[in-house]
Design a protein around this ligand. Structure first.
Ligand code: AP5
Ligand code: MG
Ligand code: ZN
Length: 219
């Protein structure tokens, strides 16, 4: 099962990707997480990516495409993968398609998570993340038991550099211009289905599983 999760910043790709990964026992591949890990460990790739990420722009396609191509060829992807945050524009989608063609694989479903702009801003501006295990918190809606430290592993909780107000605006604009056209792109290939991204996390997971199941029965 090869799944692509589409959605604006804050739509819940990371949250839902984690649930789907547990459910299907296939890895979640978040290009954002891989890039942030590289920034943290100051690799050459990370140093290059940081300036783009900090202003909410897309990291150049060749960098991200190479990263994903390598990742989906890893052994743990043999039964499938969940892409979270990739592809993010038509060029990346085309690169993915030709890579999968070469591996005799295909995308099974592209699921778009719909959340309105006001809610996206509300989610992102209050988000806090555990530096070690990546657990998500929200300062108002799901605060940690002890301010500043993770409930799960006790490590420090921080605000992503790109979750500052000006950068959130820039990321939403990039989404509209670059990523939104992928909805039409994948609709034409009969791969796209949308779910309502407002509701409890489990409700949304169920909606995603239902739509994937429906697509399987129809194909
Ligand atoms: P990336 O890390 O992919 O960030 P993003 O797309 O902006 O998305 P987020 O991770 O912010 O949101 P999400 O949809 O995962 O939502 P989440 O589950 O966390 O990319 C960051 C940067 O890296 C890019 O700007 C770019 O520079 C670079 N990059 C990455 N991929 C690239 C690519 N392919 N090409 C080029 N550059 C690339 O949820 C958000 C919040 O909402 C959390 O606090 C969560 O707890 C909460 N939440 C989730 N679900 C619910 C719910 N149902 N109800 C209430 N709250 C909820
Ligand atoms: Mg994410
Ligand atoms: Zn933690």
């Amino acid at each position: 099962m090869n799944i692509v999760l589409l959605g604006a910043p804050g739509a819940g790709k990371g949250t839902q990707g984690k649930n789907l990964s547990e459910r299907f026992k296939i890895p979640q591949i978040s290009t954002g997480d891989i890039l942030r890990a590289n920034v943290r460990s100051k690799t050459t790739l990370g140093q290059k990516a940081k300036e783009y990420m900090d202003r909410g722009a897309l990291v150049p396609d060749n960098v991200v495409v190479d990263m994903v191509v390598e990742r989906i060829q890893a052994e743990d992807c043999i039964n499938g993968f969940i892409l979270d945050g990739f592809p993010r524009n038509i060029r990346q989608a085309e690169a993915l398609e030709s890579t999968l063609d070469g591996m005799n694989k295909k995308i099974d479903a592209v699921v778009g998570i719909n959340v309105d702009r006001k809610e996206l801003i509300r989610r992102l501006s209050g988000r806090r993340v555990c530096r070690k295990c990546g657990a998500n918190y929200h300062v108002i809606f799901s605060p940690p038991l002890n301010i500043g430290s993770c409930d799960k592993c006790n490590s420090e909780i921080y605000q992503r550099d790109d979750d500052k107000e000006e950068t959130i605006e820039a990321r939403l604009k990039v989404y509209e211009e670059e990523t939104f056209p992928l909805i039409e792109y994948y609709s034409k290939k009969h791969l796209y289905r949308a779910v309502d991204g407002i509701g409890s996390i489990d409700q949304i997971t169920k909606a995603i599983l239902d739509t994937i199941e429906k697509g399987r029965n129809n194909s």
